[in-house]
Write a protein that binds this ligand. Structure first.
Ligand SMILES: [Cu+2]
Length: 139
């Protein structure tokens, strides 16, 4: 009986190991130049979970911005409003596009005058991916 339980548990343990270092890939990153006066930038990209377990993104931060939030633009009574998204789950194999008018990263309070910025993605409090992209000239 104990042996049978062990055999049953083995796949679960393997899944748990995977979950400790989830693979996340980001492509087509575009970070807009800060809007003059407000200092706010936005980041757009394609996010993909190539693994076979869900990834729950709990936080995104940057050494180059004091504040980073995941936002979603939603239409309310015909008016576009931004709503903060506290966490985002990508299912196994799922791809989510961050694009103008939809999900985006809102970056506020640029630190210094960097030519490129780093974005750090956390899953359940653990850093799983850091990517660097040029800080764009357009907004
Ligand atoms: Cu926003």
């Amino acid at each position: 009986m104990a042996l049978r339980l062990l055999i049953l548990l083995t796949p679960l343990i393997l899944l748990a190991c995977d979950a400790q270092a989830p693979a996340l890939s980001v492509s087509e990153i575009r970070v807009t130049a800060p809007v003059p006066g407000s200092g706010i930038s936005a980041a757009y990209f394609s996010l993909r979970n190539p693994g076979d377990v869900p990834i729950r993104i709990s936080q995104v931060s940057s050494p180059h911005f004091a504040s980073v939030e995941i936002h979603e633009t939603v239409l309310e009574s015909g008016i576009a409003r931004m709503r903060r998204v506290d966490e985002l789950t990508l299912g196994a194999g799922e791809r989510i596009a961050f694009s103008p008018g939809g999900l985006h990263l809102m970056l506020a309070d640029l630190v210094g005058a960097p030519k490129s910025v780093t974005l750090e993605f956390y899953a359940d409090g653990m850093l799983i991916l850091a990517v660097t992209a040029p800080l764009g000239a357009e907004s």
